[in-house]
Write a protein that binds this ligand. Sequence first.
Ligand code: FPP
Length: 222
Amino acid sequence: MDGNGRWATQRGLPRTEGHKAGADAVMRVLEYCQKYDVRYLTLYAFSTENWKRSVTEVTALMNLLFDFLEKKGQELIKNRIRLRVIGEIERLPWPARRKLQSFIQATEQFTDYNLTLALSYGGRSEIVGAATKLAEQVKAGTLEPSAITEEVFASALQTADIPDPDLIMRTAGEQRLSNFLLWQCSYAEFLFIDTLWPDFAEQDFVGALNAFSQRQRRYGKA
Ligand code: FPP
């Protein structure tokens, strides 16, 4: 969800105003997902690298996450959207963590629509975490090294119960993956658009669906 900072700067506003507008865009996109029946949405809201931003910006983002859940959490329940989180959730401030945990639990029974927030998330760190988990099982004698297949490895990742992404989209003209879903992106289609995240509108969403529907996915076959 790139471009919040630029969106604010263009308007002579502090960067944090851009993040606020970005949170509104998140709510719009959740509506589009239900309207166009996109059942899994994963949002890269805060990377492990984002901790290096200024204390003011990090604090504002954490407060925004809390406010977002406080104000919009009930809408997730009303719209029957299941919330999940991937990332080092233990690094988040306690109030945000508590809110997340309460809405994760409150939406656990929903199956049709799924929102996953990547928070303090890094793909490499997730892969190392999975490797550590499996190594511990081998050490404990409950797993044979030869039994570690791709499926077993994937089941040790934080995304174990959600499908790999079909489409990964990045806004604001950046064309990098920036440590997002490194294992899971193997067969994803990529789309890079110039729209700044706070401006993300229905036409961008529909444009992405159209672009995706025109891709030929061969999975290595001829
Ligand atoms: C990247 O844009 C955006 C972020 C690091 C934060 C994303 C957060 C939100 C969209 C709002 C909060 C999210 C939720 C789920 C409530 P940037 O700041 O790097 O913008 P720039 O590239 O223009 O500087």
